[in-house]
Design a protein. Structure first.
Length: 118
């Protein structure tokens, strides 16, 4: 599984996951995606066949549902919450890296589905 970390997540997380052998990029590493609308980021993820890791369920879930309602598939959403992975906590980057590493080492199929990371 390939993933794209939404802008709220540090590129350091993507770099650490790549060091562990995973195909991960962050919006923060991609000048053409930084500061762009969620619809454009989601479209880029679909083109690159990457699941999106985001805390922004309120915007991404409708984008995914729109594709499904058209009979199309999407490459998946990995959803987080600020309660579980608080961005203000210095430990969160390491905890998120570990949680994503565990997920990426499973055979979970995310095609046209979502997964809440815990």
């Amino acid at each position: 599984m390939k993933i794209l970390l939404d802008e709220m997540w540090s590129p350091v997380i993507a770099a650490q996951l790549r060091q562990r052998g995973h195909d991960v990029v962050a919006v923060g590493e991609r000048p053409e995606l930084r500061g762009r609308p969620d619809s454009l980021i989601f479209a880029a993820a679909q083109t690159e066949e990457r699941a999106v890791v985001t805390e922004n369920a309120i915007d991404y879930r409708p984008l995914a549902a729109a594709l499904v309602s058209q009979g199309l598939r999407h490459t998946g959403l990995i959803l987080t919450s600020n309660r579980r992975f608080p961005r203000h906590d210095a430990r969160t980057a390491g905890r998120l890296t570990n949680a994503l590493h565990e997920l990426l080492t499973t055979d979970l199929e995310l095609s046209s589905s979502e997964y809440w990371l815990s």
